[in-house]
Design a protein around this ligand. Sequence first.
Ligand code: ATP
Ligand code: MG
Ligand code: MG
Ligand code: MG
Length: 576
Amino acid sequence: MKASQFLISTLKEAPADAEVVSHQLMTRAGMIKRLSAGVYTYMPMGLRVIRKVEAIVREEMNRAGAVECSMPVVQPAELWRETGRFQTMGPELLRIQDRHERDFVVQPTSEEAVTDIARQDFRSYKQLPKNLYQIQTKFRDERRPRFGLMRGREFVMKDAYSFDRDEAGAKASYQIMARAYRAIFDRFGLSYRAVAADSGAIGGDLSEEFQVIASTGEDAIVYSTGSGYAANMEKAESAAPAAPRPGAGQALTKTPTPGKSTCADVAELLSIPLKSTVKSLVLATDTLDDQGEVGKTQVWLLLLRGDHDMNEIKVGKLPGLNESFRFATVPEIIEHFGTKPGYLGPIQLKKPVKVVADREVAVMADWVCGANEEDFHLTGVNWGRDLPEPDLVADIRNVVAGDPSPDGQGELAIQRGIEVGHIFFLGTKYSKAMNATFLDEDGKPKHFQMGCYGIGVTRLPAAAIEQNHDERGIIWPDAIAPFTLVICPVGMDRSEAVKASAESLYQDLVAAGVDVILDDRGERPGAMFADWELIGVPHRVTIGDRGLKEGQVEYQHRRDAAPTKVAAADITAFVK
Ligand code: ATP
Ligand code: MG
Ligand code: MG
Ligand code: MG
């Protein structure tokens, strides 16, 4: 490829809404362009990356015996009514109507469509097992699309579905996928972890997420320093011992000083040492319930996470005390009670509040606790600011670093991750709902045992960037770089030697199968290097008159601090 023919449109500034580095850099590097919230055009430079991700996924899926197909993006509601998901899926499912006012959905995933194929085409046990996959556009009307491709509304997912005769077969199919996923993620050249995830109502341990390690990741993952144990936080918490931590369940006996409570007051109030790791806080109150009934006890559990983003804080009713346990996010709470971020807490409640410590005190930087009655509650406490040791403001969870590993080997450590893949044993959940059967050896119809396996194809490049970047831009792993190597001729317009040498190296590398781009735009060296460093092409060869006079060109890896001189005659062999 020659840069003059390609589309290179780099930007100095990131858009104002780009909160994370991958969104900033992908936009600045001209890889994506926003069309509306969570909906992006994959520009030529970005599409090259996506195509490389797809190629790796496709190769390994095929190698594992899966078969590619492509299911419709727009699917009839009837299918989705069979499983009940047309109703139960909630607002994430985009429902549309055609001109006859018939309902359709835009696929967020494709269990229904694929199960419909199976019940028509997989008639006999002799046709099983089968694994069908597609690499296709998905749409999820995410409540808060953000971070560019990381949490888009329209995105590309590889979704695969296995069909087996029996549970043992389905579990074997699951294991084949578990291995294929490791092969795929190994090839991307990223640091990742496969972690146990909740398999929901089905039970068992047959669900794993593939998490790319990055401090900006939305998920917390837990692993043992002494064994192979690894789980996402939800799974780890469900396995954690129920024994309460110090301070749990203690009711408040004191009333804080109105208007001027400090963290120390709060700690005293909750009878918890100020320096303890902060995790969760239960707020109990008599107030209006969801239906507006007065006098019912509402218990809200604030699970505060340490990423300083109010929108990430999850609020839910305490299990055990209230059967209708659910999680809500802070924006939902705000919507419900009409308070403002930064002043959340008992403030939104209409009646006096009793504060109960559950496990450990909740503290978060710049989180101001409030109250609705001046004389009763804590007001104006900036839990973060008033906390003497801000680095104690960690991930606030029921499982903390240093806890013993559930397998008894080593202790737990916590990292943040980005969910880029998820594999799941489904059992007969969908085949039963849709009455999808095959004839087994005994001549009787049986429901398929299924599994589903997703990879966030367009999320992956964003995750790769979160993990691999510096102040100058992206640093792509070779496997998914838009181009593997860029030739930067310096003074090409003035020097025939440079031009000829760049052209001949370009031809050699093309012939050798290297994914190379020749920057023949005639840019100044500074601007040219800045572009390629921003775009993140891992290998660069610079050709200039001065070097050529000594028979040399310069090679520099994107991570190298300085170029290496290489004999011009050897460069093709050197970079191959
Ligand atoms: P998340 O927890 O991030 O919302 P999910 O668990 O809802 O993801 P799955 O249903 O497991 O997602 O879908 C399989 C994969 O699709 C995920 O592992 C992720 O990589 C990708 N994915 C899901 N939602 C999005 C999105 N909004 N934008 C981009 N990729 C997504
Ligand atoms: Mg989701
Ligand atoms: Mg998830
Ligand atoms: Mg998932």
